[in-house]
Design a protein around this ligand. Structure first.
Ligand code: FES
Length: 225
């Protein structure tokens, strides 16, 4: 595989052709935050938390699915990038239910962790939340779409690992939603028992019925500072 030269944060690097900006940055020890990205699944570019500045294009670029090109000049932590990342996380929080005190995944929630890392507190934007009834008819999965941030990790895990294609995405804009069949509650007809999607959920939207009754035992949030 040919090597190509890129510049990341002023450092010149030689990386394999075909790697993404995120992979190139991580190979050189640069940490770009991600939310929807999972290395073993195809990137969806859904969350935009990984945006970086590339010399040339006017807009910021999602690092997780953009391959590097010869001579690319990338800034991963410029003021413009940090401002955009914070705004993206603030917008996610503005539509998230915010019931962290009662959430079983509060201490291991990736959204909270990223917000803490980026120093994002209460969103500046008016909050507008989606509320859905808890789906607990399945003996294997409890789904609480009120906590879903539409990262699509469950969709990709179900499609690519379990190869079951249980989930889909429906509606548009603020009404977008991860659906099962024709927007039905998740039940044993739709989903049997693999539960592969549960650990991929970054928030508390997917849990096992046992999780519901457990204390919050996650690793405490570590705020990098
Ligand atoms: S991590 Fe790149 S778009 Fe979500």
């Amino acid at each position: 595989m040919a090597n190509i030269n890129v510049t990341i944060n002023g450092a010149q690097l030689s990386v394999n052709e075909g790697v993404t900006i995120l992979e190139a940055a991580r190979e050189s020890g640069i940490d770009i935050p991600t939310l929807c990205y999972i290395a073993e699944l195809a990137p969806t570019g859904a969350c935009r938390v990984c945006v970086v500045e590339v010399e040339g294009p006017r807009t910021l670029i999602a690092a997780c699915h953009m391959p590097v090109t010869q001579g690319m000049v990338i800034q991963t932590h410029s003021p413009r990038v940090l401002e955009a990342r914070r705004a993206i996380v603030e917008l996610l929080l503005a539509s998230h239910c915010g019931s962290c005190y009662m959430c079983e995944k509060a201490n291991i929630c990736e959204l909270r962790q990223i917000a803490a890392d980026l120093d994002v507190g209460l969103p500046r934007f008016p909050t507008s939340r989606r509320y859905y009834p808890m789906e607990d008819v399945s003996p294997y999965i409890v789904r609480d779409l009120t906590k879903c941030i539409l990262c699509r990790r469950c969709v990709m895990a179900c499609n690519e690992i379990a190869k079951k294609h249980v989930y889909g995405i429906a509606y548009r804009g603020f009404a977008s939603k991860i659906i099962v069949n024709f927007d039905e509650a998740i039940n044993t007809e739709a989903c049997k028992d693999c539960g592969i999607c549960i650990p991929y959920c970054p928030t508390g939207a997917l849990r096992t019925p046992e999780d519901i009754h457990q204390e919050k035992k996650g690793t405490p949030l570590v705020i990098k500072g």
